[in-house]
Design a protein around this ligand. Structure first.
Ligand SMILES: Nc1ncnc2c1ncn2[C@@H]1O[C@H](COP(=O)(O)OP(=O)(O)O)[C@@H](O)[C@H]1O
Ligand SMILES: [Mg+2]
Length: 495
């Protein structure tokens, strides 16, 4: 269905000053000049590297009907010009209005936190399905409407893409949608003007400090999802209170006009998990306690962090009114998200696990999980991305050395940095402990070596890239899949 909205209506909802043409209709909004076409409203954002105003003439030539900007219209400008105080905010508001506020027509769930967003999103989607409700999801891995999936471009898309996606979901009969909401996206107003039924806080640890600089900034960015600063206050907030920042958040939200649901494994909370039993072969089981009753849960997911994710998704599902028994069925079958403590199936007597952990804290959790699950040795293969947060290289090296029995440091996505320089920075942290290690810059060779070293009961942990199916070296992107290479290495053992 093609939607159109009058420019006057758009101006009103943006609180914008309408200059130039005022009697036209708008069909779409974007800040990406390449997406602009007939009937588009183009939002000229002054970004860090690019100024959208450079493309104004170009988009108008291609049929755009107007521009949103923080400046005044240039002389002789032909079309509508909306002057606003914050172009990014305006993009989100315009996207919501032009797409008919799709977030009002379904139950939207936003999940934020340093770790566990993708897994919790997959679990929540699965619990909706188990309750017979068609859902949509936006994740790091894929965007999905019911059965239809497309690869993700970024974890949390721009507001224009999100609202277009949610509109499609509504038209496709989805009753709910769940999305990862990264703190960066919140900060860039990508999640403004969305109506969230439930907001989830998984945890907060040091990652993305290159962007937010301090933990307080990082916390404040995330808090906006919960306290109404994005537009509306969510009906319910679901919060991990084993996390100190989560505890603070729950306390601060108490006086707000919303339901606060807490979950924890180490503290009293609304939802808890007791008698947690985890096996690399059999999966996880625990006693779930909720305000709606207690149940025994079994899940193919492995690891204590995933128990948190299951508690979070269950809390959301209960807030959405789902049935506890159907939730249990959903948990029993959902394998989580690809590349999150993802076991590579083979018939050997050791385990190969591919995991997306790419911060010291996530690596620590993953290694602790592996340690709890095996009496054998842990062989860890990992690296750190180039052109990204450099402050985590030493801590990641330290954690790997402290909790592994053998480490192979290798390339992640070096991008435009010198791979060997990244590896030697990691080595600095690794040397803090006396764990034996090797540096093999070629990731394929590193995985082969690690698997060749494995003895019965060992765990080979391949960390950092998870579901990614590429490696970025320089400006080139090659096909590369940790699981595929692991299978290839396992095959070669038989030769
Ligand atoms: N609740 C959690 N707490 C801590 N670590 C987690 C949690 N859930 C997943 N992890 C680990 O964090 C990494 C990222 O998990 P993922 O679900 O992709 O989260 P995100 O989308 O927030 O990056 C993985 O290594 C995973 O094993
Ligand atoms: Mg994610």
């Amino acid at each position: 269905m093609i939607r159109k909205v009058s420019i006057k209506q758009v101006a009103e909802s943006l609180n914008a000053e309408l200059q130039g043409e005022n009697n036209i209709d708008v069909f779409d909004v974007t800040h990406d000049s390449r997406q602009a076409g007939t009937g588009s409203l183009f939002v000229a954002v002054r970004g860090l590297t690019m100024d959208g105003h450079r493309f104004v003439a170009d988009v108008m030539r291609r049929g755009a009907v107007g521009v949103v900007s923080e400046s005044n219209a240039p002389e002789n400008f032909q079309g509508a010009w909306l002057k606003v105080s914050d172009a990014r905010k305006a993009l989100a508001q315009a996207a919501a209005v032009i797409n008919g506020n799709p977030s009002h027509d379904l139950k939207l769930v936003g999940i934020t936190g340093t770790n566990g967003k993708t897994t919790t999103t997959y679990l929540t989607f699965a619990l909706a399905e188990a309750n017979g409700e068609k859902g949509a999801m936006l994740t790091t891995v894929e965007y999905r409407i019911g059965e239809k999936s497309e690869p993700a471009v970024r974890t949390t898309p721009e507001a224009s893409d999100t609202n277009r996606f949610l509109r499609r979901a509504v038209e496709d009969a989805c009753r709910m949608a769940v999305m990862e909401t990264s703190s960066q996206a919140i900060d860039l107003h990508r999640c403004d003007a969305l109506r969230f039924q439930v907001a989830v806080f998984t945890n907060l640890t040091r990652d993305h400090l290159d962007y937010h600089l301090t933990m307080e900034n990082y916390y404040e960015a995330k808090k906006k999802l919960f306290d109404g600063r994005l537009g509306e206050t969510p009906k319910s907030s679901v919060i991990n209170i084993d996390d100190d920042w989560g505890k603070q958040l729950a306390g601060e939200l108490k006086s707000n006009n919303q339901t606060v649901r807490t979950f924890a494994q180490n503290n009293p909370a609304d939802l808890t998990a007791e008698n947690v039993e985890i096996s690399l072969i059999k999966g996880t089981s625990f006693d779930l306690k909720t305000p709606n009753g207690a149940r025994k849960i079994t899940s193919p997911l492995v690891g204590k962090p995933h128990v948190y994710n299951m508690l979070a998704a269950t809390a959301v599902a209960l807030e959405l009114g789902y049935d506890l028994d159907k939730i249990c069925v959903g948990l029993k079958t959902c394998a989580g998200a690809p590349g999150r403590f993802d076991r590579v199936a083979h018939d050997g007597d050791f385990a190969v696990v591919v995991d997306y952990a790419h911060s010291d804290d996530a690596l620590l959790n993953t290694l602790k999980t592996a340690r709890e699950l095996t009496g054998g040795k842990i062989i860890t293969v990992f690296g750190c991305g180039g052109d990204r947060d450099k402050t985590k290289r030493v801590p990641m090296g330290e954690v790997a050395g402290q909790y592994s029995d053998y480490v192979i440091v290798t390339s992640d996505n070096p991008r435009t940095e010198n791979p060997l320089k990244i590896l030697s920075e990691i080595e600095g942290g690794l040397k803090e402990n006396d764990c034996p290690y090797q540096i093999i810059s070629d990731r394929r060779e590193a995985i082969h070596q690690a698997i060749r070293r494995a003895k019965p009961n060992d765990v080979v942990l391949i960390a950092g890239k998870g579901h990614e199916t590429y490696q970025i070296v320089g400006n080139d992107k090659f096909h590369f899949d940790d699981k595929e290479i692991a299978r290839e290495a396992l095959e070669s053992l038989k030769e």
